[in-house]
Design a protein around this ligand. Structure first.
Ligand SMILES: Nc1ncnc2c1ncn2[C@@H]1O[C@H](COP(=O)(O)OP(=O)(O)OP(=O)(O)O)[C@@H](O)[C@H]1O
Ligand SMILES: [Mg+2]
Length: 367
């Protein structure tokens, strides 16, 4: 067997999907030989972050930690690379909708997310987190993996109805980089656990808290914390106050208990095991013998957001018509023309150079 095999990756059909706090996300085709191609997502780091050697070192440390996370509810990382423009991560492309857009869709249409689907989504993400939180190294030492940025833009739902958590390992390096730059905390105040907002060390229980806030938002259709200024948001995050009265009247008492156990400001009073939270959420939806599955969620998406399932031909290839929040909310357009698939040089980081002078923008604070 050869000890080393060198390959060069070629990406084509690169198309920007979104711009986040740390860089942009692109949809691309990774080419192989004999007409092989695989749809991937490429996340670039802002040039300023790519140039920051201490940030890159921390980022790599985290990337190494999460590289082997393989779970159906976690977006898998395929590769960490750099080109002349900076660093980029190649990962599983999720055809579907972000939870942020899913919630926004319901906000705009005035419909509620069915409670059992909200709990189903949260239970799947809890399973992904429980898996990551319990990882250990070869000697059995816990890896202490914490996501630190569980929020609706980091939860994607595939068109097959499978919820997935993305951006593992990115927030820690970002937080440290921000401290290096003596800037504000990274992470999203509306979803931060109180101890995280106070700048204290965090463990897996911060993720449990953030997931509680995400579930709360799915039920209430607006974030648990909403302030007009960053200071107000940060203050709310630090105190951890929750407006329980905003929960829909029909919310099951057992679900309210789960939320209360999840959203304790004092982390010692929270769930002390992510698998226990996952179990309680599952028990809530399945204890009667049957409950929602990926198929239920897929059927719901097909009915509510049929635009997600439109496929059209473009450049001789069958491609999905992907839309962002606004056009998804504007509702299905089966006859809409596909977005342009732009053949581009394989330098995804290059498209990023114009953004905010390489600084992390304030948009990092909203999810
Ligand atoms: N693997 C992926 N497959 C498909 N779409 C993705 C993927 N990763 C991210 N996206 C899309 O890009 C959006 C923005 O993601 P991104 O992580 O860049 O921003 P963010 O979560 O708002 O901020 P942050 O940089 O703090 O994570 C997601 O909400 C989703 O719509
Ligand atoms: Mg993200």
């Amino acid at each position: 067997m050869r000890e080393r095999l060198e390959v060069k990756y070629v990406f084509t059909g690169i198309r920007e999907i979104a711009r986040g706090g740390m860089g942009s996300v692109y949809e691309a085709l990774q080419l192989g030989t004999g007409g092989f191609s695989k749809r991937v997502a490429v996340k670039t780091l802002l040039p300023r972050l790519s140039e920051d050697r201490r940030f890159v070192a921390m980022f790599m440390d985290e990337a190494r930690l999460v590289a082997d996370l393989v779970h159906e509810n976690i977006v898998q990382i395929y590769q960490l690379e750099r080109n002349r423009d900076g660093y980029f991560i190649v990962m599983e492309f999720v055809q579907g909708v972000s939870l942020h857009d899913f919630i926004e869709f319901h906000r705009v249409t005035g419909e509620n997310i069915p409670e059992e689907l909200a709990v189903f989504i949260a239970s799947r993400i809890a399973r992904g987190l429980a898996y990551a939180h319990s990882r250990a190294d070869a000697e059995g030492n816990p890896l202490n993996i914490v996501h630190r940025d569980v929020c609706p833009t980091n939860i994607l739902i595939t068109t097959e109805g499978l919820p997935k958590l993305t951006d593992f390992g990115i927030a820690k390096a970002a937080t440290n980089a921000m401290q290096l730059h003596d800037r504000h905390l990274v992470g999203k105040f509306p979803y931060m656990a109180p101890e995280q907002a106070r700048g204290q060390p965090v463990d897996f229980r911060a993720d449990i808290y953030s997931l509680g806030l995400v579930l709360y938002e799915m039920l209430v259709k607006h974030p648990a914390r909403h302030g007009s200024t960053r200071t107000a948001l940060l203050q709310a995050a630090r105190t951890g106050e929750i407006d329980w009265a905003a929960l829909p009247e029909q919310t099951g008492p057992a679900l309210v208990s789960i939320l209360e156990h999840t959203l304790q400001s004092d982390r010692a009073l929270r769930y002390g095991d992510t698998a226990e939270l996952a179990h309680d959420l599952e028990y809530y939806i399945y204890h009667k013998g049957y409950g929602p599955t990926v198929v239920t969620l897929e059927h719901y998406l097909r009915k509510q957001m049929p635009g997600l399932y439109v496929r059209e031909r473009s450049h001789g290839k069958l491609t999905w018509v992907t839309r962002g929040a606004v056009s998804t909310v504007a509702l299905p357009a089966p006859d809409a023309s596909p977005q342009e698939v732009r053949p581009a040089a394989p330098s995804p980081a290059g498209a990023d150079s114009g953004s905010a002078g390489g600084d992390i923008p304030d948009s990092a604070q909203s999810c």
